[in-house]
Write a protein of this length. Structure first.
Length: 271
């Protein structure tokens, strides 16, 4: 399976979900709440869910390094959603996202951070732990397998900036979307010839997820910049195809090299 890492940039303040235990489901938004057409463009900005003022300083950025030629069939892309309340509201932030076309849901969303995210049917949303941000912001990461998605496939995202007052009133509810272009056949083929590894988060404090666009083989190890073995990571915890999770909480702060038994490697930063 080919894998590319996509870094989108969107600036938007997004729609409302599930951040107060007394009135909503604190472990994620209900399916059909990303603002996409398969959910009738619904978000939680509806009766019985959330309502509040228009967005003011709240922003959300989505980054990925998808090639300028566009996404390719059967390729996996990493999507990062970052929300910032702009100094208003609280650290309680939730989200829902989907990837859709006019024909239905496209590709497959892959959970790479089960602590903070989970799937609800074809949607991805926050867990109870994943709604707790810091310094007025929050971040969620997941992968998307493009499969046979058509050109103009769209990512729909909705984020709730809660005021954390114990009521569903007062939460900022906004939506936005990102249209994805599909690469023309034959363009950028050489980009897939190199094995690419991605570490999230990086720098890491305790646990991280390693993913790649090619098959990785255990055992995994951490060496210092001189090549000296520092930590043997063994098999790791396999999450999905070519996705592994590791615990390096015992590792001292510094810059290291993470590699598999084939010699594929990436720089690892330890906080």
């Amino acid at each position: 399976m080919k894998k590319n890492y996509l870094l989108f940039t969107l600036s938007f303040a997004l729609s409302a979900f599930i951040v107060t235990d007394a009135f909503t489901n604190s472990s994620g938004a209900p399916a059909g709440s990303s603002g996409g057409p398969n959910g009738n463009n619904n978000t939680c900005a509806r009766a019985g869910c959330h309502n509040g003022p228009n967005a003011s300083s709240q922003t959300v950025s989505i980054t990925t390094n998808i090639p300028s030629a566009g996404f390719k069939a059967d390729s996996i892309y990493q999507v990062t959603i970052m929300a910032d309340n702009g100094g208003t509201g609280s650290n309680e932030l939730g989200f829902s996202a989907s990837v859709e076309s006019a024909s239905g849901f496209e590709g497959n969303i892959i959970v790479t951070d089960p602590t903070d995210t989970r799937k609800t049917n074809s949607y991805i949303t926050h867990t109870s732990a994943g709604r707790n941000g810091a310094n007025g912001g929050n971040m969620w990461v997941f992968d998307w397998d493009a499969g046979q998605a058509p050109d103009q496939t769209t990512i729909y995202v909705a984020v709730n900036f809660s005021d954390n007052t114990g009521s569903t009133n007062g939460d900022v509810i906004v939506t936005n979307n990102l249209v994805l272009n599909k690469a023309t056949s034959g363009i950028g083929i050489d980009e897939d010839s190199t094995v690419k590894l991605s570490i999230y988060p990086n720098p890491v404090q305790d646990r991280f997820v390693l993913s790649a666009n090619s098959s990785l083989k255990a055992p995994f190890k951490v060496t210092d910049l001189s090549g000296k073995l520092v930590l043997n990571l063994g098999q790791g915890e396999r999450l999905e195809q070519n996705h592994f999770r590791f615990d390096v909480s015992a590792l001292a702060k510094g810059t290291y090299i993470l590699s598999d038994s084939q010699g594929f490697s990436a720089q690892l930063l330890k906080d």
